[in-house]
Design a protein around this ligand. Structure first.
Ligand SMILES: Cc1cc2nc3c(=O)[nH]c(=O)nc-3n(C[C@H](O)[C@H](O)[C@H](O)COP(=O)(O)O)c2cc1C
Length: 201
């Protein structure tokens, strides 16, 4: 395989064995300025395209901006909140992820569009990890600003953004983020999220 292993502190410390790429994935804030080959970037969205979706509606849409197109990049970056702007703007690619909120066939609301968008991004992230790229998703954005800047109609919902890039040096971040960048990743125990046959919460 072509990918390299993650530093031990960031590898998922799992109770059961899972795929190497799922163990390796995490959300860095320090990105290298190395650009992403266009072919490879398209490969990531190809992986997203093949995610399953309710009624095969494929309600995911993406607006992409690359750092070498300064105008487009700064426009998209302005949708993020100040905190996310403080670290994400080293990444070579920023993406705004939107859902189509209604079904193409009959215009009914699609209550599962957010579910499907998340799943498409998970596919993309897996493909990215395989290629030593990292994805950091962000809820800290202004959907209203995105709507205004890109003239997005009510049939679409700007939901999240994500940064894609190669890993950078934690030293490029402020002290608090540096600490998060190098500390182990934590999760709830399996018995807190998994219930057999009964709802126990
Ligand atoms: C939908 C979503 C929204 C998130 N929003 C932000 C955000 O606005 N800013 C940020 O720094 N991280 C954000 N994160 C990253 C999470 O904090 C991170 O995934 C979580 O702490 C688990 O860490 P890991 O991805 O390294 O395993 C977001 C992640 C997701 C999936």
């Amino acid at each position: 395989m072509q990918y390299t292993d993650e530093q031990p502190a960031k590898l998922a410390d799992t109770e059961y064995p899972i795929h190497k790429l799922l163990k390796k994935r995490w959300s860095p804030r320090a990105f290298s300025e190395k650009s992403i080959d266009t072919e490879l970037l398209n490969q990531l969205f190809e992986a997203a395209r093949w995610a399953p979706s309710s009624y095969n509606e494929q309600p995911w849409r993406f607006i992409v901006a690359r750092k070498n197109d300064t105008e487009a990049y700064e426009k998209l970056a302005s949708v993020m909140n100040e905190f996310n702007q403080s670290w994400a703007m080293d990444a070579p690619v920023l993406v705004l992820a939107l859902t189509k909120t209604t079904f193409g066939l009959d215009g009914r609301d699609n209550p599962h569009a957010g579910h499907d968008l998340g799943q498409a991004i998970a596919h993309l992230t897996f493909e990215a990890t395989k290629n030593d790229l990292y994805v950091h998703q962000m809820a800290g954005i202004s959907p209203e600003k995105a709507r205004e800047l890109y003239d997005i109609s009510n049939d679409y919902n700007p939901m999240t953004m994500f940064a894609i890039g190669y890993k950078g040096q934690p030293e490029s971040l402020d002290e608090k983020m540096q600490k998060q960048e190098t500390s182990p990743r934590i999760r709830k125990d399996l018995d807190e999220i998994l219930f057999e046959g009964e709802w126990e919460e």
